[in-house]
Write a protein that binds this ligand. Sequence first.
Ligand SMILES: [Zn+2]
Length: 268
Amino acid sequence: MDVLTIISPVFGARCSVLVADGGACVVVDPGALVADHVVAAVVERGLRPRAVLLTHGHVDHTWDAAEVAERLDVPVLLHARDAYRLDDPFGTLGSLGGAAHDPDGPLAQALALVGVDAAAYRRPADVRPFGTPPGGFAPDVPVPAGTQPVERPSDEHESDERGSGISTPRDEDVDLDLDGITVVARHAPGHTEGSTLYLVAGLALTGDVLFAGTIGRTDLPGGDGPTMARTLREVVARLDPGLQVLPGHGPTSDVAAELAANPFLVRA
Ligand SMILES: [Zn+2]
């Protein structure tokens, strides 16, 4: 598995293009201003793009998803619980986003700094959520061949004063078979309701759940401290220590190093 990395200038979000030996590829988290780089890499290498995967619905990871998916003619996949965020990239980011078209919001300012018009956001046309959406209904859109969405009853509701009071039950793994690239989508809520780790070929793409030496924030809308604590305990701490970690922001790491030294995991 070859990995091409493109860092978005907006909040430094990591976009990864995962390339299988035969040339099939998937694009993970195409943030703002990465589309031209992704498409150029695909064309120059003669790759066969299969999907855009989103670790969660925050717009620093999704801004270019519509353009990349359109130009590469592939669907956008993300956990059903975060799919609503694609409709309102500003409103679902809380204090970071502010209102749509509010030029004073931190997100709008970060976009303006690199010449991106905050009003230019487009929702991807072909979005295929996986996992259990809020309310427990099965996805009403087709998922790729080989995908087995699993429903699970909402049996784990816990909260305390440190959280939003809205804990998210955790779904079982969903296996995504994308033209020979087998990706395990592991639900890891806490940063957002639908945050997902993608495990593929010795890699763990951890989005904003796990960073080198720290973890993602839980104070934005849809985040929840107790849910994140459960994810760290039941998901992250049980990952194969040999996996390399490609986080949504910042330097790479590996699971063994994080288990040994990440203070949020040491006490999980
Ligand atoms: Zn995020």
